[in-house]
Ligand binder design. Structure first.
Ligand code: GYE
Length: 335
């Protein structure tokens, strides 16, 4: 066979192969699905407000991690009003640039309709911080603390502080009554307070976790139950510190006359444990952004099989650890 003939045959085979690939009867090459990266993420973050040191640390976590990852973050401070959260949800649902919505819920209930609308609009939703009562099918996952377990820890810590005082009287200063963090910390305490015969003398809730309300509650309790209160169970550090300030203003010594237990383990909580006025502080982890953003990225990339809830890892601290040890720990903490 001459060289020119064999070259013609090779070229003819190549052309027919190319035509076959382009013809309608050829199997279409599947388009590769887009692989999202953090730089593709535009997150609408609906925060509760700025009511505490914990909240400030939680907001910082989302701002700092977004910068690190190159995520575009749109932020809403809801001023602790659920109606503002519903409005923000509808704004982010309508925003074509937003592909992820993150919610830190003011209340435990009231989000079903906006979650359904977000799902219909193809938005990824991740719940962070507080659980809500909506069906878990309406969001990708929930990343936050086991507040019931925190309440169990709070009761055990109070029993330790009240050792030898069976049947002690404790007053409760709760956070916002609609928030799952308050609901579950109250529930968890009541599951375990019988271990040392605690009697809950009174229980009041501070709307929006407002420490000025917390102080008024403690002022009223000290008047109403003069000389009968042995312990205060406060749902976060700001409310615990408000109670301590009220106790001190009444001429009593927090940590000696009345034992105080708080939640969050913020830097201010540590300061009051170091002086001995705050007896115990149950940690609640606010640094959730890395986990939340990773979950959202998985959702965008079609990863399934994620758990409905990823509980936060956290510990607890007590004045009994000693001032120096607590100061050394405080130096290592981010908030
Ligand atoms: O304990 C409190 C904040 O949801 C765990 O909300 C959070 C709580 C936290 O107002 O300081």
């Amino acid at each position: 066979m001459t060289k020119s003939r064999s070259l013609r045959i090779v070229m003819a085979v190549a052309v027919s192969a190319a035509l076959a690939a382009c013809s309608s009867s050829a199997t279409p090459v599947p388009a590769t699905a887009k692989v999202y990266t953090y730089k593709d993420m535009v997150v609408g973050f609906i925060q509760t407000g700025s009511e505490s040191g914990w909240r400030a640390a939680n907001t910082s976590s989302f701002n700092e991690e977004a910068k690190t990852d190159g995520i575009t973050l749109k932020f809403t401070d809801s001023q602790n009003k659920i109606e503002n959260q519903i409005t923000a949800f509808n704004t982010y649902i309508a925003d074509p640039a937003v592909n992820v919505i993150v919610l830190a819920a003011v209340d435990v209930t009231g989000y079903d309709n906006v979650l359904k609308a977000a799902k219909a609009a193809g938005k990824v939703v991740v719940i962070e911080d507080r659980r809500i009562d909506s069906p878990s099918t309406l969001y990708y996952t929930y990343i936050g603390s086991d507040f019931d377990l925190e309440g169990n820890k709070g009761a055990a810590a109070m029993c330790t502080l009240l050792t030898g005082m069976s049947g002690a009287n404790v007053v409760e200063i709760g956070g916002d009554q609609g928030a799952s963090a308050a609901i579950d910390r109250a529930k968890g305490f009541r599951e375990k307070d019988s271990a040392c015969g605690i009697n809950i003398l009174d229980s009041q809730y501070a709307a929006a976790w407002d420490p000025t309300v917390g102080k008024s509650i403690m002022d009223a309790d000290l008047k109403k139950y003069a000389g009968k209160i042995q312990g205060v169970y406060a749902h976060n550090d700001e409310l615990a510190i408000a109670a301590i300030q009220s106790i001190d203003a009444a001429g009593l010594k927090a940590g000696t006359d009345i034992k105080v237990v708080g939640f969050d383990a913020t830097a201010d909580g540590f300061k009051y444990m170091i002086t001995g006025e705050l007896g115990a502080d149950i940690e609640c982890n606010p640094l959730l952004a890395p986990q939340v953003y990773k979950a959202a990225l998985d959702a965008l990339n079609g990863v399934t099989g994620q758990p409905a809830w990823v509980p936060s890892q956290e510990g607890q601290f007590a004045a009994s650890q000693g001032a120096q040890a607590l100061q050394d720990i405080l130096k290592t903490r981010k908030y």
